[in-house]
Design a protein. Structure first.
Length: 229
C-alpha cells in the first residue's frame, strides 16, 4: 500500500519563520532521542537547509529506520542534509529539495534500509503495532497537532492545512502515552492518543485519510548490540 505525505491545499508546506534552542532530552527517551533529526537547519542537523519545507517525509523515514536499528545504505547514524538528500534520491531519483515525497516513494526509502513494512488505514492498528514493538509513520495536518505550541517548534503560517509526517516511535506503558519523533521539533515528545487523533483527523473513530506505515525489523536480521552488552 502506498504511503505519502503531501500538502493538503498548498504546493509546499508553509514557511518556518523562527527557530528555538534545543531543550534537554526528555527523561526515559534515550533511544528516541538518539535517532532524532530535524528537517531544517538546527543544532541536530547543522548543515541542513534553512527551511527544509519538503523534508518531513525523508527525515521521518530515516528516523523510523534507525529506531529499528537499520539505516540507509552507506550511512551509520549521521544527522546531516547529506543523509536526507540520499533518502530523497532513493525516493524520487531527484536531488530537488523543493519536491515533496509520496507515500510510495517513502516506502522505497524504508525498503532500501531493510525494513519490512505494510500500510493500514486504521490508527488503532498502527498504534497496536507500536505497542508491540513496531514503529509507525503517520501523516496529518500539523496545524492540528496539539503539541505544536511547545517552545521548540517553529512558528508557521497556519492560514491553511498542510500535511506533515511524523514517527510514532514507542509506547510508555506507565503513562499509557506514545513517543513521537516530529522532525519539526528538536526533541521527541510524549503525546496522548487524543492528540494523535487530532493530528491525524481520526477523532470519533474516523479512518485515516492516508495510510499509516507500520515498519518492523525483519526477523532474519539480528538486533544490534546494545552498549554494555
Amino acid at each position: 500500500m502506498p504511503f505519502i505525505f503531501a500538502p493538503l491545499s498548498k504546493p509546499h508546506p508553509p514557511l518556518w519563520v523562527r527557530r528555538a534552542t534545543t531543550p534537554p532530552p526528555p527523561a526515559g527517551a534515550l533511544n528516541v532521542q538518539a535517532v532524532h533529526m530535524t528537517q531544517y537547519r538546527s543544532l541536530l542537523v547543522p548543515d541542513g537547509l534553512p527551511l527544509g519545507n519538503a523534508n518531513c517525509g525523508p527525515t521521518s523515514a530515516i528516523m523510523g529506520l534507525r529506531l529499528l536499528g537499520l539505516d540507509l545504505p552507506g550511512f551509520h547514524g549521521e544527522r546531516s542534509e547529506q543523509v536526507i538528500d540520499a533518502a530523497r534520491m532513493i525516493a524520487t531519483g531527484s536531488a530537488d529539495a523543493t519536491l515533496g515525497t509520496t507515500k510510495t516513494q517513502q516506502a522505497l526509502v524504508m525498503k532500501a534500509g531493510g525494513a519490512s513494512i505494510h500500510g493500514t488505514m486504521s490508527l488503532d492498528e498502527a498504534l497496536a503495532a507500536v505497542r508491540g514493538g513496531s514503529v509507525a509513520l503517520v501523516g496529518g495536518d500539523f496545524n492540528a497537532a496539539q503539541w505544536k505550541a511547545m517552545p521548540d517548534r517553529p512558528a508557521v503560517d497556519e492560514s491553511s492545512p498542510a500535511a506533515h509526517a511524523i514517527v510514532v516511535s514507542n509506547y510508555d506503558r506507565a503513562r499509557k502515552q506514545y513517543w513521537v519523533n516530529d522532525p519539526l521539533l528538536t526533541t521527541p515528545r510524549i503525546v496522548t492518543r487524543s492528540q494523535l487523533d487530532s493530528f491525524t483527523g481520526t477523532t470519533g473513530g474516523r479512518a485515516l485519510t492516508s495510510p499509516a506505515v507500520i515498519a518492523n525489523r525483519p526477523a532474519r536480521l539480528p538486533l544490534p548490540a546494545q552498549p554494555g552488552s
